[in-house]
Design a protein around this ligand. Structure first.
Ligand code: GLA
Length: 388
């Protein structure tokens, strides 16, 4: 990959002298969905697929971007004086947002750069290609300009840029999973205080299979912000009766006792998901530590049901992928992953069932939805890296 992107860099920007090559992974969340902005737990991991970036400093303030995933867009030019979000800037709003965020936090970027990206995360799949680009950009800035930021800071800066520059009120999970990734480990993160623990994912003869629905997210971002504000209102209503800082502070029993304080059925369902999903995530990690993969899988399944019925972020495409997966012998657990409304499912599938899984789920999906899904057997990788 390094050779491919250096060659392309030289083709696009003249030569590849002084260019450095970087990598940041994509991520998949195993369980703990829509809990990260509710002070709950998440359990994601970084993948070996992600975004490669070749970058070089310039002697002026210009920024020139090129993505091998969007060849037809050609070189997109900007400058350090023009770090404002714009529709026409397309994907470059992500690296520009991170540059803006570094400057906001007092780290002045002294010169422009030429940056070429090539990602092998399937486009728009919900495996966090945008967070991957954000963390990658942070890693480039740190390396080039010696800013004293930890990987955790890169995650926080990435999230800040996504919230304030790109207008998506996302939680910390994606950027954290990417910046803090560790080979063969998932990350058990408490989003209330960012304490975390690595948990080796020992799947004993099974693998993680991602099924990409190929459904475009469309209104996803606005629905995401809507779910977030429904949870905020439900929290404010509960706070009139119980002393809590977030929905993640509640266990199931206390929630059931006080749920009457929430004034609408819809918000009660949203809050129920946030509370129960957080507890499921804690239990799932306990099960994994005990080597009880079957229990881990049934908690994944329960997570999907809750996301489908109470949080209502699945839709026909994701439900079809998951419900077809559940029918197959050798599937330990299957659920949607990420924001929902399209994107991917994650399944843990026994080695001997993987081919059958891809064939049967693929066929049933195409028949019901009318177009094909894509399948990826993935591995858990590390965080951002300089590939010198
Ligand atoms: C998106 C967001 C994350 C998280 C998930 C849902 O991926 O970026 O912060 O909220 O949705 O769990």
């Amino acid at each position: 990959m390094k050779e491919i992107i250096l060659k392309k860099f030289a083709e696009v920007f003249g030569d590849s002298q002084g260019v450095r090559v970087f990598f940041a992974p994509g991520r998949v969340n195993l369980i703990g969905e829509h809990t990260d902005y509710n002070g709950g737990h998440v359990f994601p991991c970084a993948l070996t697929i992600g975004t490669y970036g070749a970058a070089r400093k310039r002697t002026d303030n210009k920024l020139r971007f090129y993505s091998m995933n969007f060849d037809s867009l050609g070189v997109i030019e900007s400058s350090l004086e023009d770090l404002v979000p714009a529709d026409k800037a397309g994907w470059t709003n992500y690296p520009k947002g991170v540059m803006w965020a570094f400057q906001e936090k007092g780290m002045k970027i002294p010169c422009g750069m030429d940056i070429l990206l090539n990602g092998n995360i399937p486009n728009g799949s919900g495996l966090s290609s945008s967070a991957s680009v954000e963390v990658l950009t942070g890693a480039i800035l740190r390396e080039f300009f010696g800013f004293e930021v930890t990987n955790q800071d890169l995650a926080l800066i990435g999230q800040y840029s996504e919230n304030k520059f790109n207008g998506v009120n996302c939680g910390i999970m994606d950027q954290f999973a990417i910046a803090m990734g560790k080979k063969d480990n998932a990350i058990f993160l408490d989003t209330a205080d960012l304490s975390y623990e690595y948990a080796p994912l020992i799947l004993k003869g099974a693998k993680i299979v991602i099924a990409c629905s190929n459904k475009k997210r469309g209104l996803g971002d606005s629905k995401y912000n809507e779910r977030r504000s429904e949870c905020e209102t439900a929290l404010a209503e509960l706070q009139k009766e119980v002393q809590i800082g977030s929905l993640g502070d509640l266990d199931e029993e206390t929630f059931e006792k006080h749920k009457g304080a929430i004034q609408s059925d819809v918000r009660r369902k949203r809050a129920k998901h946030a509370v129960y999903e957080n507890r499921r995530t804690i239990r799932a990690v306990e099960a994994l530590k005990k080597g009880d993969i079957a229990e881990f899988g049934s908690l994944m399944n329960a997570s999907h049901v809750s996301l489908r019925d109470d949080y209502e972020v699945t839709g026909m495409e994701l439900d079809t992928l998951v419900e077809e997966a559940w029918k197959i012998d050798g599937v330990i657990g299957s659920r949607m992953t990420g924001a929902g409304f399209g994107g991917c499912t994650v399944s843990i599938v026994k080695d001997e069932a993987i081919d059958r899984f891809i064939e049967s789920v693929g066929e049933a999906y195409k028949k019901r939805i009318g177009y094909a899904a894509d399948f990826y057997v993935v591995e858990i990788g590390g965080g951002p890296a300089v590939l010198d």
